[in-house]
Design a protein around this ligand. Structure first.
Ligand code: 6MZ
Length: 352
């Protein structure tokens, strides 16, 4: 099977640019800070894995343009079915890192949720990913460990998840691996925004902060998320927030006041239909206030995008893009490097 044509709002924007404009974007030093490993697996690798491990799986099952966020999360069931051994995980991680670093960005903070693959442990999952991340120098790549909102908080909790993986286990593992000197730079809270009680996560996120790991949380990705959710997530004092689409005026004030950078994933929001169109995207709110945003892809596979194509959405003229000036686009790229979890002073001057 061949690779399906990549298409989506960002690619449409990219197609409107001149070669010189594309060169301009490619030439901007930038970082990718919000990319989920299993959401960024390349189609080619998936086809290879499908050929090798799974008979008769139909890739048309991956909804390219789902309009229901619940539907969207089913995509990962298909991907997880294929990325089901340590060998496959190592291979897809290598592909994702190689696709971003040096091609689309100078620096990548990749994020992933540890799973048990067959009989292997969560630790082995992270070791497999970290072995690949650590092939690159620290100026190029770091790993964010994701906690899934659907996970029960601790082993004592009544509602055990299917695989019995808890927030406590994942957070302890992230901390332990950082202490061992592995390249874990932060923790993320992700997963279906309709699930979980974020208040229960607070003590665990406190521990994350104590050991000096960066913290980013998916927040207000859908309207009217579980009540109190957003306030709880903000009370963890995250270093960055993901999406923030449906923050109330009061919550937005907190974000502005504390100058918390917002990880913005334009194609993701448009395709999941959490924003009606580019013109009404909340990126404008923050740009107008010179508040830092970090432009990211989220999941390149289901959203049919790339980091370059997301930047094309900034530069392209309406209706394909936001029609920002080159100076404005450059400012966005600068923010991405400014708000990485590893303090700039410990990185080489390549980076500053
Ligand atoms: C919330 C998302 C997400 O961790 O297995 N994930 N969580 N909102 C999103 N926006 C649309 N996109 C991806 O990568 C896949 C996992 O990342 C989270 C989901 O929990 C998904 O299962 P990893 O590498």
């Amino acid at each position: 099977p061949g690779t399906p044509p990549i298409s989506g709002p960002s690619l449409a924007a990219l197609n409107t640019l001149t070669e010189e404009e594309v060169e301009f974007i490619l030439g901007l030093p930038k970082a990718e800070l919000h990319a989920h490993l299993n959401g960024c697996v390349g189609m080619e690798v998936l086809f290879e894995l499908a050929d090798e491990f799974v008979e008769g799986i139909g890739f048309e099952q991956v909804p390219p343009n789902s309009n229901d966020i619940g539907e969207f999360f089913k995509v990962f069931g298909v991907i997880y079915g294929l990325v089901s051994t340590r060998e496959a995980l190592g291979r897809v991680t290598r592909g994702v890192l190689g696709g971003f670093i040096g091609r689309e960005c100078e620096y990548l903070e990749l994020r992933t949720t540890p799973r048990r693959l067959g009989r292997s442990s969560l630790e082995e999952y992270l070791e497999t990913v970290l072995d690949e991340v650590e092939r690159y120098p620290k100026e190029k790549a770091g790993l964010i460990v994701s906690v899934d909102r659907r996970m029960p908080v601790a082993t004592e909790s009544e509602s055990e998840s299917e695989e019995g993986i808890t927030v406590e286990e994942v957070v302890n593992l992230a901390i332990e691996m950082k202490k061992q000197g592995r390249r874990v730079v932060g923790v993320d809270v992700c997963g279906d925004p309709r699930s979980g009680d974020m208040e229960l996560l607070k003590p665990f996120m406190g521990k994350v902060r104590e050991v000096g790991l960066g913290l980013t949380v998916h927040i207000a990705e859908i309207p009217g998320s579980v009540s109190g959710d957003t306030q709880h997530l903000l009370s963890f004092t995250p270093d960055r927030i993901g999406h923030g689409t449906f923050l109330s005026e009061k919550e937005k004030e907190i974000v502005l006041e504390r100058r918390i950078p917002v990880e913005v994933c334009l194609s993701s929001n448009i395709i999941c239909k959490t924003v009606p169109d580019l013109a009404s995207h909340h990126i404008r709110y923050y740009l107008e206030r010179d508040h830092p945003i970090v432009l990211c892809t989220d999941d390149t596979l289901p959203f049919r995008t790339s980091l370059t194509a997301e930047y094309a959405l900034l530069l392209a003229k309406p209706p394909f893009g936001l029609g920002l000036s080159r100076e404005e686009v450059r400012r966005v790229a600068e923010w991405s490097l400014e708000y990485i979890f590893v303090p700039a002073f410990i990185l080489s001057d390549l980076f500053i």
